[in-house]
Design a protein around this ligand. Structure first.
Ligand SMILES: NC(=O)CC(=O)C(=O)O
Length: 326
């Protein structure tokens, strides 16, 4: 029987036109920070690293997962901050806001434990150059794994999962889609394992996916780079990850290896496990180039499989125009 496939069915879900940012080239900094049990020190330390990154020309700075606290279920309730209350209730995000405004850069602020009512989340805040909070992503997929004799971690003992994918236009001018450093999809660590989230961000026109993450000594060597390159190659966009540096303490041991991957799946910059600041160039014109080389978006078989973006669908049904655009 002849195929009923039509090319116009190919996009899964229908992809938005890739927004054209006013700048296509800029520097990103991945601040692989050492983290201690002294929260005040961690905040001062992160502020210094952000300043150094900005001095080196970074217009976008990415911090690690859980950079103000040890990564443990015992620590999350103790170090958690009320981000919505702001000010003294959230010294970590107050610092990020001040740094973004003073240094005139965009900050994807890694993640910190967030307290909201009687719940705790693992939350990433994005601040624009004006110091305003542009987006807040709560880790959607909690890190509950059990590899006997190697690693068992159950984030859901203390944390609640977020409910929303988060994609953000980083510019300040609402009339210019995705000004400054482009349209960014956010995930936190374990979120990187779920390819549908990355596909949805790509379909909504993301140029870059940022994943603050703290992989471990078992999954890190096998999966950390593999997953980043897969998300980048499958979706033909940039992927940036930022880990804490490996600590010498007895707690959770982070793999490190913060990395930037390009839209051909190529590693553009990476490091080992020590504390460092990676500065690397992003050039969004490479996305169009690679999508022309391999026109995957037009070759999908929408007659055979479909991905449903439920958040976008629901916001269309509810007539929420703002969410519709992203
Ligand atoms: N720490 C995480 O959330 C994820 C991780 O270490 C893994 O997926 O492996």
């Amino acid at each position: 029987m002849a195929s009923t496939y039509k090319p116009e069915q190919a996009r899964v879900p229908p992809a938005v036109q890739l927004p054209v940012p006013p700048v296509t080239k800029f520097k990103i900094a991945l601040c692989q920070l050492s983290v201690t049990d002294d929260k005040e020190r961690n905040i001062v330390h992160a502020r210094k690293a952000i300043e150094e990154a900005a001095e080196k020309g970074a217009q976008l700075v990415l911090l690690p997962e859980i950079w103000n606290s040890p990564y443990s279920n015992d620590s999350f309730p103790v170090y958690a901050e009320d981000i919505d209350a702001g000010g003294d209730a959230s010294p970590s995000t107050a610092m990020l806001s001040e740094a973004a405004r003073t240094l005139q850069i965009t900050i994807v602020g890694g993640s910190i434990p967030e307290r909201s009512g009687d719940r705790l989340y693992n939350t990433c805040c994005v601040f624009g150059k004006d110091g305003k909070l542009k987006a807040k992503h709560r880790k959607i997929h909690l890190f509950d794994i059990d590899i006997p004799g190697k690693i068992t971690f159950v984030e859901s003992k203390t944390l609640t999962a977020g409910e929303n994918p988060t994609i953000v236009d980083t510019g300040n001018d609402s009339k210019v889609a995705c000004a400054d450093v482009g349209r960014i999809g956010i995930g936190i660590c374990y979120d990187i394992r779920f390819q549908e989230l990355a596909m949805i961000y790509a379909a909504r026109g993301a140029h870059l996916l940022c994943y603050p993450g703290a992989f471990n000594m078992t999954t890190g060597p096998l999966h950390w780079e593999l997953l980043q390159r897969s998300r980048a190659a499958d979706n033909q966009l940039y992927v940036a990850t930022c880990s804490p540096a490996r600590g010498s303490g007895a707690g959770y041991i982070a793999w490190g290896h913060s990395t930037l991957v390009g839209p051909f799946g190529e590693v553009l910059a990476t490091t080992e496990h020590e504390e460092t600041i990676i500065i690397a160039e992003i050039d969004y014109s490479q996305i169009e180039l690679r999508r022309t080389n391999l026109p995957l978006q037009n070759q999908r078989r929408g007659d055979l499989y479909q991905l449903v973006d439920l958040q976008r669908l629901n916001s269309q049904i509810n007539g929420n125009a703002e969410n519709n655009s992203l």
